[in-house]
Design a protein around this ligand. Structure first.
Ligand code: PEP
Ligand code: MG
Length: 329
């Protein structure tokens, strides 16, 4: 199997009926960037910038952030990289970061003062990060996305902070990125209800199924007793995701999935069946997912999901496995 997946490195993820799927990887450290070439991916669809902060004993200076981002862009070559701004706070606490009023123990850290919430309240961090990103991507394309956007105004506020830094650099005649694209992560269910407001503002949408599914089912993603309890292949999750994908696609906004769900074969197949054409997954999953994509007829798969979700059987996973078997996936 391994050799079989390795052989797929240089072939594109195209379905039997000709849809070119975009297959990118999730990364967080400098060396991860090389994985793009090792597994034959289309770029980095989620660069978790907080990794550098989590492995550092002190707050990484702007210069060292910039060096990391530049080296990642260089390693990616002509492939795109989507940088996610800092997703810290809550359970990803930074011991050296004294932010004052958030330091007390949180009862529900995943739903706490984290990610963009913290970044907008203490905007010094985001300003420095924006400068580092803009400088690192001078002369090339820059893709930035914001984590845990819960209401559209939070996206506006974060984008404004980056744009202010861009103006600051422009006034000083510094070389700027050729183009800046702004995206939002959809991992808070409430955001799905305001897509009509959000979509016109953004260049791309990335669904973070790790957080989104824990919030949809109100089930802690790290709780051992709940890990097996609710299946990603459930009517609630698949219907919810389908709505988002349809709405974004109808608005012409590229939409992808960057949670772990997309790295599992049957789950990724189900996601394609509800219209997902862009994935960012863990590098080791690229081979198996590419093999699945190349063996599937997308049109038939979409019909199958349509039927399954119209009258969901109690065991969607079983139904999908049978469909895959019958259709030589
Ligand atoms: C997610 O929530 O699905 C996601 C990709 O972000 P993270 O796993 O870093 O929270
Ligand atoms: Mg998340």
């Amino acid at each position: 199997k391994r050799a079989e997946f390795a052989a797929l490195r240089d072939v594109p993820p195209v379905t039997r009926d000709g849809t070119r799927v975009t297959l990118m990887v999730n990364a967080g450290l400098r060396d991860d960037a090389e994985a793009i070439h090792m597994v034959g991916a289309d770029g980095i669809g989620l660069f978790r910038t907080e990794f550098q902060f989590l492995v550092s004993a002190a707050l990484p200076r702007r210069e060292s952030q910039q060096r990391l981002y530049r080296s990642v862009l260089e390693a990616a070559g002509d492939k795109p990289v989507i940088f996610r701004t800092l997703d810290v706070g809550g359970d990803k606490a930074l011991p050296y970061l004294q932010t004052g009023d958030g330091d007390e123990q949180e009862e529900n850290p995943a739903m706490g003062w984290r990610a963009l919430r913290l970044a907008l309240d203490r905007d010094g961090l985001l300003k420095a990060q924006a400068r580092a990103l803009l400088e690192a991507a001078a002369g090339r394309d820059l893709n930035i996305m914001f984590p845990m956007v819960s209401e559209p105004w939070e996206f506006d506020a974060a984008r404004d902070i980056v744009e202010q830094q861009r103006s600051w650099l422009a006034e000083r005649r510094k070389l700027l990125p050729a183009k800046i694209s702004y995206g939002a992560m959809l991992e808070v269910p409430a955001l799905a209800e305001t897509l009509d407001i959000l979509l016109p503002k953004i260049d791309f949408l990335s669904i973070g199924t790790n957080d989104l599914t824990q919030f949809l089912f109100a089930a802690d993603r790290a709780h051992p007793k709940l890990a097996e309890r609710y299946d990603w292949l459930s009517p609630a999750i698949l219907r919810f995701l389908r709505r988002i994908v349809r709405e974004a696609s109808a608005a012409g906004v590229p939409v992808g999935v960057c949670g772990e769900m997309g790295g599992r074969t049957l789950e990724a197949m189900a996601l394609m069946g509800i219209g997902v054409e862009r994935f960012s997954i863990t590098p080791v999953a690229v081979g198996p997912i590419k093999a699945m994509i190349r063996s599937v007829d997308r049109g038939a798969l979409i019909q199958a999901l349509e039927q399954i979700l119209a009258q969901p059987p109690s065991d969607i996973r079983g139904a999908l496995s049978r469909w895959a078997e019958e259709n030589d996936v």
